[in-house]
Design a binder for this molecule. Structure first.
Ligand code: CTP
Length: 399
């Protein structure tokens, strides 16, 4: 997702430095080339070696280090950045930048860069509330620097209040907005995810092994790319991505009603949910007793096929289905693509260890209405989601 992007991660001296290590890991995992610049105080909390090992690049600490100057130099360091992030940024550092003071490598590089700069403050609540700090922060915002607000919580100094550095995953999401194409801005996308549950009695249900990870990845990436996302989710153990409208459902019937309610206001629909094909013909009002018989016969009734109905009513919408198969992957997926009148179907063989329901990776084939097929090797569900969104962009352009 961040392949080919260069991020300079500035780290100043505060207890939150340990969270910057996790942030670096997220950037590297997303494919970014990260160069870390540490202030002298930051090195009191975590050694440069930690950042060096995780980034695979030497860590910059010294304004007048001849070796580093020759190799990169603070100006070229600033020039090569697609994005400059300072996390954590202390009150002192923010004060320095707000007043144009450049007395070490990090403050010099921030002042010299033409790249967008994101400052992520972390400090004691009283320092945060101090009017001097607030003035500096307002000044930097007015000058075009992007600043995240610290979050409320228990602070290392013993105080409670606003001052904690946000979670690395939230900083990552904020940063992604600078670097990821905004090609879904203005696009309304409806995504379904997870399994459905079909009740048999008040304590039992029929369901499947879907974890919802693939659908949630599509929702997360679409949001990062600027889409207005409605996520209709069956019961899952996942945190919904920031900024999406979440509609929680349980049964296939509830999912049907939620999808139909939102379908007409969507430009793109991605049906990643594993919808139960059948439900109990009669849901018992009370817990069923096992009784004397060694067998129990349940009568099941077919659920409505949500995707097939969407295929019947679709107009200019892009409609994408998923096909989780255990045999004849391409033939089965192609049949669903045709029968349900889809623009594209994402087929995966769930018996493949890298493509199962509960794993973080997937191995998929994209099948199109014109008969063409496009295969991806194993990659993270986030990366698959991005590839899927790239293909939706092409379909919308008519490529
Ligand atoms: N789907 C749906 N409503 C259903 C069943 C499936 O919207 N009642 C959607 C799924 O969300 C998925 C696609 O149809 O995008 C294919 O689902 P899948 O379970 O693989 O196939 P089925 O059509 O149910 O066929 P089968 O179970 O026979 O493989």
């Amino acid at each position: 997702m961040l392949n080919g992007k260069t991020i300079i991660l500035g780290v100043t001296g505060g207890i939150a430095v340990y969270k910057a290590v996790e942030l670096l890991r997220l950037y590297v995992k997303a494919g970014a080339d990260v160069h870390v610049v540490m202030t002298k105080n930051a090195q009191q909390f975590v050694t440069p070696l930690t950042f060096q090992t995780l980034s695979g690049n030497s860590v910059h600490t010294d304004l007048f280090n001849l070796a580093q100057e020759q190799e990169i130099g603070h100006i070229s360091l600033a020039d090569r950045a697609d994005l400059f992030v300072v996390a954590p940024a202390t009150a002192n550092f923010i004060g320095k930048v707000a007043h144009g003071l450049a007395d070490d490598l990090l403050s010099t590089s921030v002042m010299a860069t033409k790249a967008p700069v994101l400052l992520v403050p972390a400090m004691n609540v009283n320092m945060f509330e101090n009017p001097i700090y607030q003035r500096n922060q307002d000044q930097l915002r007015a000058d075009g620097y992007r600043m995240m607000d610290p979050v409320v919580g228990a602070l290392a100094c013993g105080w409670e209040g606003k001052g904690k550095m946000p979670d690395p995953s939230d900083i990552f999401d904020e940063t992604a907005q600078f670097l990821v194409p905004g090609d879904f801005c203005g696009t309304r996308i409806l995504i379904t995810a997870g399994p459905t549950r079909e009740n048999i009695d008040p304590v039992r249900y029929i369901s499947n092994y879907s974890s919802g990870k693939m659908g949630y990845a599509v929702a997360r990436q679409a949001r990062r790319r600027g889409a207005q996302v409605t996520l209709i989710s069956g019961p899952v153990q996942l945190t919904p991505p920031e900024g999406v409208r979440l509609v929680k459902v349980s049964s296939a019937d509830e999912m049907y009603r939620a999808v139909m309610q939102h379908a007409s206001e969507s430009d793109v629909i991605v049906k990643a949910a594993a919808v139960a094909d059948f439900r109990a013909a009669h849901c018992a009002q009370h817990k069923m007793k096992k009784g004397q018989s060694d067998e129990l016969t349940l009568t099941l009734t077919k659920n409505r096929d949500i995707l097939a109905e969407l295929g019947q009513i679709k107009d200019a919408q892009i409609l994408v289905g998923f096909a989780a198969e255990t045999e004849d992957l391409v033939a089965n997926a192609a049949l669903k693509l045709r029968n349900k009148n889809l623009d594209m179907i994402v087929a995966n063989d769930v018996t493949d260890p890298g493509a199962g329901f509960d794993v973080d990776t997937n191995v998929v084939k994209f099948l199109y209405a014109d008969g063409s097929i496009d295969s991806l090797s194993q990659r993270s569900k986030d990366a698959v989601a991005d590839e899927l969104l790239d293909r939706i962009v092409s379909l919308r352009k008519g490529d």
